[in-house]
Every structure is written in structure tokens, then in C-alpha cells.
Design a protein around this ligand. Sequence first.
Ligand code: GRF
Length: 180
Amino acid sequence: MVLLIGSKKIKTAVFISGTGTNLKNLIKFSKLKNSPISIELIVSSNDKAKGLIFANRFKIKKRIFNFKRDKLANKKLNLLLEKNNISLICLAGFMKILSKEFIKKFKGKILNIHPSLLPKYKGLNTHERVLKNKDKYSGCTVHFVNSRLDSGKIILQKRVTIRKKDTPKTLAKRILVQEH
Ligand code: GRF
């Protein structure tokens, strides 16, 4: 339990690239009376990310960065986080790899959610690989981010039993519920 008596909430930024259902659940969590976080900023790597609607709906500041084209994106992002006094970053379906310098700067302050039982199935297409290997279980993991992909210290995992008829889509759907 986090006690925040007399102290301020942890200013949090959520980074997304897609539908943003994890973002939506983080926002809901942040609205609970005793929540330790307040979500101050939504960063998207994609101007078409559906999840950006939650920024409008909940009146949260949003910024879009083109990490591929804009060579200064990491620098600009840094300044933005500093300006907003952000001390926690949640990667929620964020599909870009952050620079080593960025990760170093925010060491211990970046969390990611990954749709597999890490250390198994790092990277993309986790559900396809799990089904191909005929695993009995899959799930999701919340972990700290370090400079190696999906390899930081594990914080929390949830297990999902694989069904005979599962496809990557049906499995992803059940795992997403656990992520939330
Ligand atoms: C989640 O399964 C997340 O773990 C993965 O991409 C999906 C994003 O979902 N990296 P959403 O954007 O939060 O709806």
C-alpha cells in the first residue's frame, strides 16, 4: 500500500501507440480517491492512435511524436516530461523503443506492460508464438524498463489458461482483460 498523507500524487505520463484500453484503465485507477498517481500527460507515437480519444474525454494533455522522422523527438520528449514534472512513465501498448539515454535518465521510473509471461516471448507476436509452441499458459507482465527489450525486473504477472480452440485473437482478448 502506498501512503500519500500530506504528499502529492505521483505525476504520471502514459505512452501509447494504439487503442489505449490500458490507458483507459490507468485513467480510471488514477481517479480513485486514494490513487497514488495523477495522469498529467499522454504521449503517442502515432497521430492515429485510437487511445487519443481518452485524452479529449478526460481532458488530459496529449502530445504526438514522430520518433522515426523527427530526430529531435527524444530531446523534445525529455523537455516535455521535465516541464510537467513527470516522475513515472507507464508504457501502455507503446510500440517504439526508447533511446538508451532516455531509459537511463528515467531509470526505475518507467513501467511497461507486455502480453506474455516474461521472460518467455519477449518482443512482438507473442500470442502466435505461444500457440505455435502449444504452451498451456500465457499471460501478461508488468515490469520495469531497462535498456534490454522486455527484460527489466518483473513487478506483477497474471496467468491465462490457453484453450484448445484459441487463436491469437481470442487469446489476446482474454489476456487484455488481465492486463486491465
Ligand atoms: C496490449 O496487449 C499490450 O500489452 C501490447 O499491446 C496491447 C495494447 O493494448 N503491448 P491497448 O492499446 O492498451 O488497448
